[in-house]
Design a protein. Structure first.
Length: 322
């Protein structure tokens, strides 16, 4: 569906754009597109995707011909949503934040279901201390607390996206902002404080205040693609330490003057945070190598297609249709 002049239209991509999409991907939620209207059936044809200002991406499936999947485009604010239950995972938040910073949007950590926490303010402060430079807000749709402060993060005319695992309360947030049960939600299970997966596709909703909000299906993992800058933003404290080592080629093991080892020993840097930084750095390098391989394969296929078309054209010119 595309929205234009306040109306929603069914649309399909043109043949040319479908061919180009093999390399650049199909239009994503939040894209601005150039289209034409078919007066016979009232449907539209998308001919081009306008340049994206921001793009939130994740690694595509292992067997995909494209290394990345665009979850949302032209996003101003990324709400990284997690529930304040026993399953708060700082490592997962760091992964989301790296992709969010890389997208070009402003990330905000949203801790939902604060009514489940004995001390939500303390818990939020602990997470904020481990994620410097990123706002951390706690909310409860059940108690209607923290919602105004959260919505203040998005200005009228801006677009935000809700990113997080299944059952963390993303659809409940949309309903609370709308003041209506537009999104289907799943009640949390008392046994393990986990919510049910309810959103099966991305939905873009206009809020009464003029903001646009995008609810996404639950995402367990976000693979990093070209997110070096995003990784630096999330782990700026680690990056600063690595530049403080005595040797430029420090391996951060047992070298003398290693700032990383000293920070771990004195408790300034958590060992888990350092280990996750190393893991994401290796993952990013592997993703970049895969992207290079995919680009080379695509170029080979393109060149083969051009050569085949040239040979066919030459045979047709000679009248040789074999």
């Amino acid at each position: 569906l595309v929205t234009t002049d306040g109306a929603e239209l069914k649309a399909e991509v043109s043949g040319r754009l479908m061919h180009e999409a093999r390399e650049i991907g199909y239009p994503a939620v939040g894209d601005w597109v150039a289209l034409s209207l078919n007066p016979q059936d009232g449907n539209a044809t998308i001919h081009a995707v306008l340049p994206r200002q921001t793009a939130f991406v994740r690694r595509a499936a292992v067997d995909s011909s494209r290394p990345l999947q665009i979850l949302a485009a032209n996003i101003d604010v990324v709400f990284v949503v997690t529930s304040m239950n026993a399953d708060i995972n700082l490592r997962r938040i760091e992964r989301y934040l790296a992709a969010a910073w890389q997208s070009g949007a402003r990330p905000v950590v949203v801790l939902t279901k604060s009514d489940l926490s004995a001390d939500p303010e303390k818990q939020a402060a602990e997470i904020a201390a481990s994620e410097p430079g990123c706002p951390v807000l706690s909310v409860s749709t059940k108690q209607a607390s923290g919602l105004d402060a959260l919505l203040d993060q998005v200005k009228p005319g801006e677009t935000c996206v809700l990113i997080g695992s299944s059952g963390v309360g993303k659809s409940s947030l949309v309903n609370a902002f709308l003041g209506a049960n537009r999104m289907t939600t799943g009640a949390i299970r008392e046994a393990d404080d986990q919510g049910r997966h309810t959103t099966s596709h991305r939905q873009l909703v206009l809020l009464p205040g003029g903001q646009l909000i995008l609810d996404t299906p639950g995402i367990r993992e976000v693979g990093l693609i070209d997110a070096e800058d995003g990784l630096d933003a999330v782990f700026d404290d680690v990056e600063l330490l690595t530049r403080s080592c005595r040797f430029n080629d420090c391996g951060h093991a047992n070298e003398p003057g290693c700032a990383i080892k000293a920070a771990i020993d004195d408790g300034t840097l958590a060992l888990e945070r350092w280990a996750h930084f190393q893991k994401l750095t290796l993952e990013l390098a592997a993703a970049e190598r895969k992207a290079e391989r995919v680009a080379k394969d695509n170029e080979k296929r393109r060149q083969a297609g051009l050569q085949k078309a040239y040979r066919t054209s030459k045979r047709n010119d000679r009248g040789d249709l074999r």
